[in-house]
Structures are given as structure tokens and as C-alpha cells.
Ligand binder design. Structure first.
Ligand SMILES: [Mg+2]
Length: 330
């Protein structure tokens, strides 16, 4: 059983109550606690030594990543983060300066986002460090109401550039909080997700709710410099430097040398925003975005289609894009 099958099985029997507006399966849960116009967002996420970062990585960057992963999910809802609690699992022989550095990163990233850290838990964890962050935020009810799921004909956009995050971005990414909030305030965002498992894996999950499919345009996918560089030099993924070693349940992308596009589609941990909105808002969005965020690319990469499944169109035609990262490209 892989990670995604496990989650699907577990989600089938979860209890709910009247507070649940958005339950398991989205980037955050959204709860109605009786406030007149605001929902509470709730999120938890963990990073584990040897899985999400290499043991040699700088502890301050690890701490920052631990909280920024949660903030990226709040960004994907268009929400505002409020406060976090931290659970820290440490091997019995931990070194205090290491934990201090880790917390310095956590504290700085939280402060940058206006987030309070209001408690937590420490425990012993054999062999490796584990940091789990639980975070709350807020979301206007009007924004949640527009989140209808991807509709046929909608345009699909992505922020930034994709692929090659193992070269360093996976530790140093900036959660797109300002951008996410601006998007939901100014446009009818039907669906949005942060890219954590790669476009080829995350897009099908974004489409799941309405059963729609999508066509991506190969030439439009924004490929990062790191992904191009790695493809050009044919160098292996620099996992030994600071990169994540992926969990065994998440298959690595298989691609031939020169596969920068494959990397952009299948590499994980881009933490960019994947955005779905009505096609008639595509041009107004691009115009407004250039004025608001001139330093960050925003690219239309395809459209939502009524038929399920994701296809990739290039000059040779359209072909199915396998989910979860198995991609072969010449
Ligand atoms: Mg997410």
C-alpha cells in the first residue's frame, strides 16, 4: 500500500461534526466556529530527518522548512496564518546547540509571517529528529464559497518555476502567503494547491473533487534554472548535499538525460501555487499580477477538461501524463 492509498483508506471513516466546512483532502481544514464572516484554518505537517532533509543540513534551515511547509498550505487556501504549536522528537543524545539553531529557524520563519508560537511538546524519538508543526489561521467565508473545485474550461496557472528544488530551494522556499491572499481577494479562485509532490502528482489531486481532467502545454511549463542545469550536466540529484531523500512510498521520477521538463513535472517540493480559475479571468489576472508581483513569474500552463485524466500536449500531439512522478521524456 502506498502513501496515497493509505490516506484514502484512512479518510473514508473519519468522524465529522457541524463545524467542518472543508475536511480532510484539501491543503487545510476549514472550520466554522460561529464567527460571522470568518472560518478557522487548521493544518499539521511534519519533517523527518533522512526523509525530508539530509542529516548534514543546516538546522536553522530545517526549522524554517518545518514551519514554512504549513504556511505554504495556508497560502494555498488564501488564508492568514495566526499561531502554531511545535512537537519536537529528539534522539536521546541530542545536542542543545543543534536544537537552539533549529528553533532559531522556526522562530524567524514564524515571525516573518506574523505567526505566534504558543506551545508544543518534546519527546524522545529513537535515531532521528522529527519536527511536527500544527498551525491555525483564518479565511473569509466568502473566499471558501468560491472554492467550487476545478470546472471544465477553467485556466490553470502556476507561480514561479518548477523542478530541481533538491539543489536547495526545498529548504529555502518562501511560502506564497501574500500572493495566495491577493489571488483569492481579487479573483474567483475555483481551486488552489501548493506544489509539494510535483505538478504531475498534485494536479490530479486538485482535480479529484469535481472529477475533471486537464490538458497541459509542454512548452508552457516554467522550468527552473536548477532543473535545466541538472539536465544539461546529467548530474544526479544532489541528495547528499542538502536535498531530501524521498520516502520509499513516493516513486522517484524516471527520466532520460536532458529531462528538464520531466524534472519540472515530477520533482517534489517546489512549494509554488497551482491555481485554477475561470478562463475569462486569465488575461485580467496576468495583467494585474505583473503590476502586483513583477519579480515572480505567473504562467498559464493549460486548461481544465471535462474528461478525467491529465494529458500533456507537445508538438507531437497529446499523451497521457502518468501521476506520481513516473515520466519518460526525450
Ligand atoms: Mg499542500
Amino acid at each position: 500500500m502506498n502513501e496515497f492509498e493509505l490516506i484514502r483508506q484512512l479518510c473514508a471513516n473519519l468522524p465529522v461534526n457541524d463545524s467542518v466546512v472543508i475536511g480532510a483532502g484539501d491543503d487545510c481544514a476549514a472550520l466554522d466556529l460561529g464567527l460571522s464572516d470568518t472560518l478557522l484554518l487548521l493544518k499539521t505537517d511534519a519533517v523527518v530527518e533522512g526523509i525530508h532533509y539530509h542529516s548534514d543540513a543546516d538546522p536553522a534551515r530545517i526549522g524554517r522548512k518545518a514551519i514554512n511547509r504549513c504556511l505554504s498550505d495556508i497560502a494555498a487556501m488564501g488564508g492568514v496564518p495566526t499561531a502554531a504549536v511545535i512537537t519536537l522528537g529528539l534522539p536521546a543524545k541530542f545536542e542543545f546547540p543543534y536544537v537552539q539553531a533549529l528553533y532559531a529557524g522556526l522562530n524567524q520563519a514564524a515571525q516573518d509571517a506574523g505567526v505566534a508560537i504558543v506551545g508544543g511538546e518534546t519527546t524522545t524519538n529513537p535515531d532521528r529528529v522529527l519536527i511536527s508543526v500544527a498551525l491555525i489561521g483564518t479565511l473569509p467565508k466568502t473566499v471558501a464559497a468560491k472554492r467550487t473545485g476545478a470546472q471544465p474550461g477553467d485556466a490553470i496557472f502556476v507561480t514561479g518555476e518548477l523542478g530541481g528544488s533538491q539543489a536547495g530551494k526545498h529548504l529555502d522556499f518562501i511560502p506564497r502567503l501574500t500572493e495566495g491572499r491577493w489571488l483569492v481577494q481579487n479573483f474567483d479562485i475555483h481551486a488552489m494547491k501548493d506544489l509539494s509532490d510535483g505538478l504531475a502528482g498534485d494536479l490530479p489531486r486538485l482535480l479529484e473533487r469535481t472529477g475533471a481532467g486537464a490538458e497541459l502545454l509542454a512548452h508552457a511549463i516554467p522550468i527552473s534554472r536548477a532543473a535545466r542545469l541538472r539536465a544539461a550536466t546529467g548530474s544526479p540529484q544532489p541528495a547528499a548535499a542538502n536535498g531530501p531523500t524521498h520516502p520509499p512510498t513516493r516513486p522517484q521520477a524516471t527520466r532520460v538525460p536532458g529531462g528538464a521538463l520531466g524534472a519540472a513535472l515530477a520533482d517534489g517540493e517546489d512549494f509554488e501555487l497551482l491555481i485554477v480559475l475561470p478562463a475569462k479571468q486569465a488575461v485580467p489576472l496576468l495583467d494585474a499580477w505583473k503590476k502586483e508581483f513583477p519579480a515572480l513569474p505567473l504562467t498559464c500552463i493549460g486548461k481544465v477538461r471535462p474528461e478525467p485524466g491529465v494529458t500533456l500536449r507537445d508538438k507531437e500531439g497529446a499523451r497521457p501524463l502518468p501521476a506520481h512522478g513516473y515520466v519518460h521524456f526525450e
